[in-house]
Structures are given as structure tokens and as C-alpha cells.
Design a protein around this ligand. Sequence first.
Ligand code: ZN
Length: 207
Amino acid sequence: MTEITSLVLGPLETNCYFLRDTETGDLVIFDPAWYEPALEQAVQKAGKGAVKGIVLTHCHFDHMMGAAQLKKLTGAPIWLPVQESGFPADPTLTLAYMVPGGLEPFEADGLISEGKPLSFGSLSLRPIHTPGHTIGSHCFLIDDILVAGDTLFCGSVGRTDHPTGNTAMIMQSVRRLAALPGDYRVFPGHGPETTLERERRFNPYLQ
Ligand SMILES: [Zn+2]
């Protein structure tokens, strides 16, 4: 079974998700937003060696301020969207110019692209390229779980007024998600969990 738990980290209250295979204990961490004690404690509790991968839904600072330190702690590889491979070095794209001290540099170990399933230990993820909030934003499907980053929120969609944002693209991306067969539990980058069916019915951007 795959279980997902969240930590709310950092001043922008970003959801950091722990995706775990309950049989093997293998773990993938999405969006290590901020290196706060709660994050380190959760990793120590799971066991550092259990963390098989660190996945960034997109490269805004509020989703990856903890990435460098988390990689040092666990040795796990950092994967980020292929379209955003140049983002971490550019504070105008990550928006890290807003943070005193900026983003601690890190090396990406892998680049995410749609059509290339990701395997981390016993966990496998299917990435879907959902541009609009940023050019490389991706969502991820694992069983009945959809990790949505800042593309789809409960009752809303991500903002598109930052560099590489595009309103027409995010509309296309959320419609594509809505057209997925069946239902999913949706885990957005900020705010509460929802379901794809609830968003199909009530999200004003999908009407
Ligand atoms: Zn963002």
C-alpha cells in the first residue's frame, strides 16, 4: 500500500509530502519546502536510508528551500522538471531573491519528463507535464494519489503571474487532469487535500 502524509513548512505554508510504501518502508519526499525541525524529525523517524528520492513539482523557492540540506541528510537524489533544469541557479526564476540569504545551491540528480516513469526503491510515479504555473510544473500519479504541486488547488488553480507562468497553459493543464479517467485523491502544494471528482464539479476553473 502507498500512504501519503504531509508537513506544512515555511512562511508560505507549503505542503511537503511523504509518499511511503508501507510494505518496504521506501519513501519519496515531494517539495522539501523549508528545512525545519519537523522535516528533520520526520526523516529521522522514518530512517534516513528509507528516503529514496526527493522530487520537486516545480522550482519555486517555497517548494525547495530545504532540498540541499535534505539531500545532505539522506543522500537521496533530487529530481526536478527537465524544463526547469536552469531554474535553481536563477533567483529571478525561483523567486529566491525574496529570501534573505537565498537558496542553498544543490545539484539535480535527475530530470523529470512526461512519458518517463520514475522509480525510487519500490515506489513508481507517473509524471504528467502540467505547465502554466511555471513552464515545467509536473503532477504525479501513484495509485489513486495525484500530487498536484501548484497546478490544481482545492477550488482554485495556481497563479500564473510569475516568470514563465501562462494562464492559457494552466487552463489546458487542469482540463487535462480533469479528463483523467476515474477519481484521485488530490494533494496540492498549498492548502487542503481534495479529490479530482470534487474539483470537476465545484472548481470554478473547470466549469
Ligand atoms: Zn509555485
